[in-house]
Design a protein around this ligand. Structure first.
Ligand code: SAH
Length: 226
């Protein structure tokens, strides 16, 4: 786990952060590693100054460019479903603010994250640096194509809702890897777990619906038209 620069008098948000963790626990989040990641990750560094006073509310917030930082409870459930143990190489599609990227950095060994909006990718990179998180890399590009240079990935998390599972992501998933993606129409999706079962080109893919979700659209070659 990457060292965090969070200790001491500079961390004026520690109390709010502890309360957010209690809210997540009360709402049913049980995975201790996930709760610890929320306890360690400074969400206030990932939201615009105008909404910083609300950074530790369990709610989605605007981050500019028409995008939102997701609700912490939704992210916590999502992260629980990935069942990370700490040694994984993870691919994230849709860096957004970089907050979820930071949480993944606390839960896995290495994180590669792809964002298509340049302003968001730059702001996320800056916030990740400010938070002292060193095991994550951000790429500007179309995430529906994955990031083949570092494949295969033990887990892939898509933070935007698409019409189908982008084939490159399945190809870049390790045997027995887990891929989470919201699938469906604009604004109303089903969070879907896609597992690659077994080795080789004849591998099977198993899909399990995990419940209703509402994410911003996944745009790109294997997503909706930009
Ligand atoms: N989890 C993020 C929020 C993600 S919002 C957070 O914690 O802040 C979804 C993001 O997906 C947006 O930033 C959007 O620009 C991005 N996105 C949509 N389609 C994409 C694509 N094809 N490749 C990369 N990023 C994409």
């Amino acid at each position: 786990m990457a060292p965090r620069r969070l200790t001491g008098a500079t961390d004026t948000y520690a109390g709010y952060r502890a309360r957010l963790v209690e809210t997540l626990r009360a709402r049913g989040i049980r995975d201790l590693a996930v709760l610890k990641a929320f306890a360690e990750t400074p969400r206030h560094l990932f939201v615009p100054p105008a909404v910083r006073h609300r950074a530790y509310e369990d709610t989605a917030l605007p981050i500019g460019n028409g995008q939102t930082i997701s609700q912490p409870f939704t992210q916590a459930r999502y992260l629980e479903a990935l069942r990370l143990k700490g040694r994984e190489r993870v691919l994230e599609i849709g860096t957004g603010s970089g907050y979820q990227t930071a949480l993944l950095g606390a839960l896995a060994s290495t994180v590669f994250s792809v964002e298509r909006v340049e302003a968001l990718a730059i702001a996320a990179q800056r916030a990740l640096r400010e938070a002292g998180i060193a095991n994550v890399s951000v790429l500007l590009g179309d995430g529906t194509l994955g990031w083949s240079a570092y494949a295969p990935y033990d887990a892939i998390l898509v933070a935007a809702g698409g019409p189908e599972v982008p084939p490159p992501l399945v190809e870049q998933l390790a045997p027995d890897g887990r891929l989470l993606i919201p699938l469906g129409e604009h604004g109303a999706q089903t969070l879907t777990l896609v597992e690659r079962v077994g080795q080789g080109p004849s591998h099977a893919v198993r899909r399990t619906p995990l419940g209703a979700a509402r994410f911003v659209p996944l745009l790109g070659e294997h997503g909706f038209d930009a």
